[in-house]
Design a protein around this ligand. Sequence first.
Ligand code: ME8
Length: 636
Amino acid sequence: MNKETFYITTPIYYPSSKLHIGHTYTTVAADVLARIKRAQGYDVMFLTGTDEHGEKILNVAKDKGLEPKVYLDQIVSEIKELWEKMEISYDHFIRTTDDYHEKSVQEIFMKLYEKGDIYKGEYEGLYCTPCESFWTETQLADGKCPDCGRDVQKTKEETYFFRLSKYQDRLLDLLENTDFLQPKSRVNEMVNNFIKQGLDDLSISRTSFDWGIPVPIDEGHVIYVWLDALSNYITALDYPDDKEGKYKKYWPADVHLVGKEIVRFHTIIWPAILMALDEPVPKKVFGHGWILLDGGKMSKSKGNIVDPVILIERYGVDAIKYFLMREYSFGQDGLFTNEVLLNRLNSDLANDLGNLVSRTIAMIHKYNDGVIIKSEFESEFDQSLIDLAIGTRVLVEKRVDNLDFSNALEEIWKFVRRTNKYIDETSPWILAKDETKKDELDNVLYNLSESIRIIAALISPFLPHTSTKILDAFGAEESLRLWNSSSEYGLTKDNTKVEKIAVLFPRIDVAEEIEYLGSLGEKPEEKMVFKEEISIDDFAKMDLRVADIVSVEKHPKADRLLVLQLKVGNEKRQVVSGIAEHFKIEELIGEKVVLVANLKPVKLRGVLSQGMILAACDDKDLKLVTVDFESGTPIS
Ligand code: ME8
């Protein structure tokens, strides 16, 4: 029997610079969903990739002095490395510069053209290059791009148009009367701000640059990035040729995961293109919220990004995946701070899960020589634990089907906390003191082990490593690791050996760690440039003395200079110094300064200077080096 299919996609990201934790967020969510669906027995197709055409990419490559493809190959391999580090289980990675994609997009263009849904005209409008988006005057926010807040350019050029307006009624029906767009709260914006305002036909080609897929019938035009980009979801399945039947098998997609700022493209333009191609629209588009930094969206161009590589290297992949999926409600925006991250890791991973596992393993070793023993005993606390053990899987699945990852994990953690409570309720350390209660103790340790096995199986799509470590430690056979076995109680066999393991998630000292993380954000120090080395003998030639400033006058010819009268022991010295702009005369009198006493006397603008005094200065400030010591004292 053919398995039921599940097709899930992330946006294809712009490789205009390194990806950040925001991109990681969408991709981890897609990965978790893909892993759960595979575990449930679906034939999953999980697609991600990169969106490589357009003016923005061209400009970045130009700035670096590279051919676009050379630049892109480099950065795309970094992106793939990131996904490897994050253990993203994608089935296919599409690049819009792949030959098969370019060819298919041209075929899509021709299908639409031949149908009469693409026609040539002239476009006049406002264009935001960083967002690759056209706007009308009314859509601007204070005259700027409503998405990124930057300037837009008036653009007038010959262009091919897609008859978006023709699909207005069908789009309205799709958005208002189906579950196509999730969360539902985003429907109003699309309907009221875009569709009901009246949809204009869409410019889908550009002539002002050539980094794009050429319009097959018109050499001077390249296909506008969004038609190119959105088509990836079907060209990756070999549409339109479909020689291997992938398109037939997986399309329509079960869900496109996207950030909220590109919901418009995915729920208006994309379904309209598919309608024009007479193809089914995706089953669902989910527009998730943004991870914000200090109230603003993280953005590559603003430079305020959180580097996922730094985080996973320090805390581990599982911890970061857990944090992203648990901390934020998928449909809503959420704030990222180091403190939020560290507190979450401490409370849920180090305390709740980590402690449960380490306490249980320690007790099994201390009281039962590292062996789980099945017992006939039943305690009054067992049933509620077992009910939750059996019931949690279905609750998790329901949450995941609604893309509510945070509450899916919360369902598992309710069970984790319940299991911890079971330890307190049954107090195995007290049972262990009474030989007649051995059966009761075995029962407690068995229930703890079996609960932990189920927890480990349930977390496997979210924290694959941690899951494996725990299941290995508890000697779980393959069949006891399966997703479905996470709702079957009592599978752990009598006499199963339990191994000791290292701490799963060490507790973090939040204050210390925040200081450390803060220091990572600082600019690396520029290397100091020192003067040429001198020997100790060279230095010994200098005669440095403490000197009292007795009186001060302005230099008669130079505003910058002051003429200082100094007392050095019994001697008097006159020094001309360039410190006039930093001090008032009266501030200097009485200061005990350091004089280079054996400097060859010179005349500065006609006034004799017998030595110099030492000062420290940067761009803004200057301070005299002072020493509270008897005048004339040598300094060495
Ligand atoms: O828009 N919080 O690419 P892109 C949460 N190429 N998610 C975030 C985020 C944040 N702070 N920042 C980015 C494009 N994302 C187009 C897509 S699809 C046919 C073409 C995630 O590199 C989120 O998924 O700007 C968002 O939609 C996507 O990255 C934007 O990636």
